[in-house]
Design a protein around this ligand. Structure first.
Ligand code: 3PG
Length: 307
């Protein structure tokens, strides 16, 4: 019998777990759960004899992979997989997958909500500004970026976009202006929504020089990863440009330093909540369970992310 561990420091909604369990039980697999764990040792113990794992942003590093002696497939229920040590998986012959698109609407809606929150003075009263007629730059045009573009168009915003990985053709059905350089994107954007992955190319790539190209009163919305921001550059920008605003769903390491210092201009959610909707929990959790069954029963590796 295949043993499948759901290891989620930030658990799925219970009815999502019930649906995962139904899928696994139907395949005659055993589902195990490790939720809200507070130490790595709990994770190391739980992975020892499982054949498959479903995780969220949980850090699955080499030590965890080494401890998971029987692991064959590891599924990140979500989009970004920078929390998985892919090299360690590959060395062990473990297939690593993600579930692209399954939580993208939840993240896109949060990005739009954050934009409105900043435009309306953090909902603390006083006169704000409207989004209609403003320009939003969508940096990264995957499932989330494209969804943000669509919703922003519905709000009457102009959309400009750039994706370092995909071509202009990919955005054509969205009727957005695709720019050719990141400098151009930032210089045109009253609002800039980040949807790039965290990797060697993007780490700290959003720096002071880039931010400083943004027009007066600009806002950056980060529902991607904190690592893509150069935090020294962010601090310098908030200090030198009194008109600049930054809102994030992933607190930067310097959060304590920024929090309270730049009232109305800096905000971070207490805990990453982009994918925290019941719909996204079900979509991503169910997709992960189905992918595991499909992998074991049919050898399917469609969403594999390691080589
Ligand atoms: C993702 O990459 O899918 C999102 O950042 C959501 O992450 P989470 O599952 O940790 O909420």
């Amino acid at each position: 019998m295949k043993r499948v561990l759901i290891a989620t420091e930030k658990p799925f909604a219970s009815f999502a777990v019930e649906q995962i369990n139904e899928i696994l039980t139907k395949a005659s697999y055993e589902m195990r759960k490790l939720e809200k764990y507070t130490s790595k040792s709990e994770l190391l113990e739980a992975v020892k004899d499982v054949h498959a794992m479903i995780v969220r942003s949980d850090i699955i590093d080499r030590e965890v992979i080494d401890a998971a002696k029987e692991l064959q497939v590891l599924v990140r229920a979500g989009s970004g997989f920078d929390n998985l040590d892919l090299a360690a998986c590959t060395e062990r012959g473990i297939v690593a997958m993600n579930t692209p698109g399954q939580n993208s609407n939840a993240v896109a809606e949060l990005a739009i909500g954050m934009m409105i929150f900043m435009a309306r003075g953090n909902f603390k009263g006083g006169s704000g500004s409207e989004l209609k007629g403003k320009t939003i730059g969508v940096y990264g045009c995957g499932n989330i970026g494209r969804r943000v573009a669509r919703i922003a168009q519905g709000l009457g915003m102009k959309v400009v976009a750039l994706d370092p990985c995909i071509t202009k053709v990919s955005m054509e059905p969205y009727e957005v202006k695709v720019v050719q350089s990141v400098e151009e994107l930032f210089s045109m954007s009253d609002y800039l929504s980040l949807h790039i992955p965290n990797n060697e190319k993007t780490k700290k790539s959003v720096n002071f020089d880039l931010l400083n190209k943004m027009p007066k009163g600009a806002t950056v919305i980060n529902t991607a990863r904190k690592e893509v921001i150069d935090e020294d550059g962010l601090k310098k920008m908030l200090e030198t440009r009194q008109d600049f605003k930054y809102i994030s769903d992933i607190a930067p390491a310097c959060h304590e330093e920024l929090n309270g210092k730049f009232e109305y201009r800096y905000y971070s959610t207490p805990k990453k909540q982009g994918a925290e909707t019941s719909e996204a929990n079900v979509n991503a959790g169910v997709a992960a369970a189905e992918q595991i069954v499909d992998f074991f029963e049919n050898g399917d590796q469609t969403y594999r992310v390691n080589k």
